[in-house]
Design a protein around this ligand. Structure first.
Ligand code: B3K
Ligand code: ZN
Length: 883
């Protein structure tokens, strides 16, 4: 058993680097049985460091050191340097010097997928956060920025394509079937942005002319079989480049921009300078093989990685505590981009759903941390929803408080002031303050206090004065190591509706002209309790609170079901219309959970859904969202001490009641949204497909034979993956066992050569409480297409089972928990990052009803007792057991 606990790193202990590196000269000699890496650094003492005459310490991980020379002189182990497990320490160095380090590494045996590794025969890298140290000894921290030159030597036949960051400056033949290419990146960068790719790839080429008229060479590199699946990513890239010029004034800087698709990748993608490396599933798409969701995801991720070129690469993070500086800001940028490309309301609904379902849960659990954490053991564990999504919400709130013009002034100032630097979230906020003249002192608490603020709203109406008073109290729950929190600065958008559904003028003073008063305002909450008065109202209004989800907070207000139904059809804010529907459905499901014997299910819910299905004048993209019942995960999140089986039963009961009551409307909706021309990825056609597939799934849920026939036909006639998968999913989740097996078999047969589609085939089964009970999931793990080395396969079976098939995973006999614990232990030896991510569903054991929580705790204990726990898993498991 691992007894030594990994070291905790504290933000408060940050020190500037003792030595700076100006240039890095790399030479990679790649072979089948390993790679030799020559690295020459020009190093000088950092004038800002107080540590004069300190040894020069470099980071390293799993390296075989072959040689070290300093200014041409070979150094002697023991005398001149020491190699500890994680460091190379050069005892004495002059104030300026050149250091050469030669290491031997084995990419072919690298299953952690950090540093240099092999995926389907090609060499590729992943260096964020601390992967560069698995390639060579280096001061591997983001505030050491250097200019890189990289020469790659490899076999011509197996590695015809040799790529690295920057511009290709030299290439040639080496004889014996080998060749080389040299790349030079003119922009100083931290080591985590280094990348190398070598393999047999084809390129899809295009160009982009920037706002100043420069032609940029765009290339997407993929395996030959995927050559036809790059168009969508390329279009997304060009749209992103244009958008970043128009909205942020950011022009691309190098002459070439490359994307490479690899099958084995721990996350979605990586923004390496000029050479983004993508998980294949986040770049490859065709109408036949990718769903609408995948198309949208690809567009968003391509944009995200591209936007990092400014928010992350040109201006980077001083240390890893500042991760949200680049991630939060870049998610905000990609989310605004996606909103501009499609439906802003739908995008906002999707973002808020993710936040409220998963980020709020994280923020209430044992791993809760601020957007700028104060400490960590393993930085890989901090690529979280809090850093990314809550971080993006924090930037969005600045945007809301400043307004678009001042926000743009602020971002211009930030980029200009810090170009080429490694900075902090505080520098970002400072630029926003300086450009706008606003004081964001209290606002900064969003970066330092963890936990989701709770806003409790109460109101009263004074009919004599015509005054409506709204009192908002904020509390921020305790989180690990943080109690007694201070009030935060929260932008709170609201509107008031009159009895006819009209938007009322919001007058904050008794004098003043109603005609000029706005019908929506952003109140600024800064105190524990605040009361706002609205004048000149003839009747008690219905409040529409936290419009557009203007802050990542929970709102409690005693809405009646009647008010919710009213808001569902009258609120001018589309987001709040949807939210009212969610609140109504939650209320109905919750009352069934607390009194399961209740015979009647709220008729107003059925009528509201009937109205949605009937009214074609509504924005159909919004209707498609409004028809989705709140997920089990969200209902669990909202509950104290949730009983998963009870939640599942209640939700299923509401769903089948809706489907039975609206059966004819669903059939009509299916037909109204079928046909209508060639496949397009536009908000309108996405909405049509979503509506018809929702109708289909509901019909199959109630064993409607007409629905079954539609599904079988749709499955075989589909000309796109959204419809084929929609029909397959409906069948998989139905009681039509014969049709389900037949469709699953056919699907595999059709797509078995396409790994991204096989992943969808795994996921549709693992997520289904009909087809994905534990024994079936265990069978999937034995399937020939399952691969323990491939993170996507692992996620599509184990991750989907534990994260989406909640009733089966939380089987009251504890079998799901034991299963997950076993898989996590197994994976910890080969890929600790993936193991530590997969364990997440168990870590929230404390939240659940006692029968569940005891069994979850036991499963976690089993992992804790595993011999040789990685630092990644150690941190997550211990923090959760000790919380
Ligand atoms: N920056 C990378 C994430 C790296 C994760 C390392 N464990 C992708 C992104 O956010 O763009
Ligand atoms: Zn990112």
């Amino acid at each position: 058993m691992r007894t030594n606990q990994p070291q905790t790193i504290h933000l408060s202990e940050y020190k500037v680097p003792t030595y700076l590196v100006d240039t890095v000269d790399l030479c990679f000699q790649l072979y089948d049985d390993g790679a030799r890496v020559h690295s020459t650094l020009s190093v000088r003492q950092n004038p800002e460091s107080k540590d004069v005459s300190a040894p020069f310490t470099l980071d390293g991980d799993s390296l075989n050191l072959e040689r070290v020379t300093l200014d041409g002189k070979a150094l002697v182990a023991g005398d001149d340097y020491e190699e500890t497990g994680e460091h190379l320490v050069i005892t004495e160095v002059p104030s300026q010097f050149e250091l050469t380090v030669v290491t031997w590494i084995e990419p072919q045996n690298n299953t952690r997928l950090e540093g240099l590794y092999k995926s389907s025969g090609m060499f590729c890298t992943q260096c964020e956060a601390e992967g560069f140290r698995c390639i060579t000894y280096f001061p591997d921290r983001p505030d050491v920025m250097a200019r890189y030159r990289t020469r790659i030597e490899a076999d011509k036949a197996t590695c015809p394509v040799l790529l690295s960051n920057g511009n290709d400056i030299d290439r040639g033949d080496l004889g014996s079937g080998r060749h080389f290419v040299t790349w030079e990146d003119p922009f100083p960068k931290p080591s985590y942005l280094f990348a190398l790719v070598a393999g047999d790839l084809v390129e899809k080429q295009d160009t982009f002319t920037t706002c100043s008229g420069r032609d940029i060479d765009l290339r997407i590199y993929v395996e030959t079989r995927n050559a036809a699946k790059c168009e969508h990513a390329m279009d997304s890239l060009k749209r992103s480049m244009r958008w970043d010029e128009e909205v942020y004034g950011r022009e691309y800087d190098l002459d070439i921009f490359m994307i490479v698709a690899v099958d084995d990748f721990n996350m979605g993608a990586m923004e390496n300078k000029g050479l983004n490396i993508f998980n294949s599933s986040c770049v490859l798409a065709s109408q036949e093989t990718a769903t609408d969701l995948a198309f949208q995801r690809i567009e968003a991720i391509v944009a995200h990685e591209y936007f990092h070129n400014w928010s992350g690469n040109r201006v980077t993070c001083r240390d890893w505590f500042q991760l949200s500086l680049k991630e939060g800001f870049t998610v905000f940028r990609d989310s605004t981009f996606s909103a501009d490309m499609g439906s802003p309301t739908v995008k906002r609904i999707e973002d808020a759903t993710l936040l409220r379902t998963a980020q709020f849960a994280e923020d209430a659990g044992p791993m809760a941390h601020p957007v700028r954490p104060a400490s960590y053991m393993e930085i890989s564990n901090f690529y979280t929803l809090t850093i990314y999504e809550k971080g993006a919400e924090v930037v969005r709130m600045i945007h809301t408080l400043l307004g678009p013009e001042l926000f743009r002034k602020g971002s211009d100032l930030y980029f200009e002031r810090h170009d080429g630097q490694a900075v902090t979230t505080d520098d970002f906020v400072k630029a926003m303050e300086d450009a706008s003249g606003r004081d964001l002192t209290q606002f900064r608490l969003w970066y330092d206090q963890a936990g989701t603020p709770l806003l409790t709203v109460s109101d009263n109406y004074d009919s004599e004065q015509g005054v409506y008073r709204l009192t908002i109290q904020q509390t921020i729950p305790d989180t690990p190591e943080q109690t007694n929190k201070q009030s935060q600065h929260i932008p709170f958008a609201l509107g008031l509706l009159g009895i006819e559904g009209e938007a009322l003028p919001l007058r904050l003073e008794s004098t003043g002209d109603a005609a000029n008063a706005p019908t929506e305002r952003v109140l600024e909450l800064t105190e524990a309790s605040q009361t706002f008065e609205f004048y000149g109202l003839a009747q008690k209004p219905v409040p529409s609170l936290l419009r557009h989800f203007s802050a990542p907070v929970r709102v409690v207000y005693p809405w009646s079901r009647e008010q919710l139904v009213f808001l569902m059809s009258h609120d001018p804010d589309g987001f709040n219309r949807w939210d009212a529907g969610q609140r109504l459905a939650v209320d109905v499901i919750q009352s069934l959970i607390s009194s399961p014997e209740t015979a009647e299910i709220e008729p107003r819910l059925v009528e509201a859904y009937r109205a949605l299905l009937a009214d074609l004048s509504l924005d159909q993209a919004l209707v498609a969202k409004m028809l989705q019942l709140p997920s089990e995960a969200y209902l669990i999140e909202l509950a104290d001490s949730p009983d998963v089986a009870a939640i599942h039963r209640a939700r299923e009961r509401v769903l089948s009641h809706l489907a039975t009551s609206l059966r004819d409307e669903l059939v009509a909706c299916y037909h109204a949204n079928t046909g209508g021309g060639a496949y397009e990825v536009t908000p309108e056609s996405i909405a049509r497909r979503s509506l018809r597939n929702t109708a289909l799934s509901w019909l199959l849920l109630i064993n409607d034979d007409a629905g079954r026939d539609l599904a079988v036909k749709q499955y075989s006639d589909a000309d796109n993956m959204t419809d084929r998968m929609g029909a397959l999913r409906a069948l998989v989740n139905s009681d039509y066992a014969a049709e389900r097996s037949q469709a699953l078999a056919d699907f595999y047969e059709r797509f078995q050569d396409d790994p991204q589609v096989v992943e969808q085939w795994f996921a549709v089964q693992a997520s289904s409480d009909r087809a994905g009970q534990l024994p079936q999931v265990q069978t999937l793990l034995k399937h020939a297409a399952f691969d323990w080395k491939n993170p996507n396969k692992i996620r599509s079976v184990i991750g989907v089972f534990a994260g989406q098939n909640l009733a089966a995973f939380h089987n009251p006999d504890g079998s799901g928990y034991g299963f997950l614990a076993d898989q996590v232990c197994r994976l910890d030896d080969s890929n600790p990052q993936i193991a530590a991510r997969l364990v997440a569903p168990l870590t929230r054991w404390k939240k659940f009803a006692p029968t569940y929580s005891a069994l979850m705790h036991k499963a976690l204990g089993k992992i804790r007792d595993k011999p040789e726990l990685s630092a990644d898993l150690y941190e997550v498991v211990h923090k959760s057991l000790e919380a």
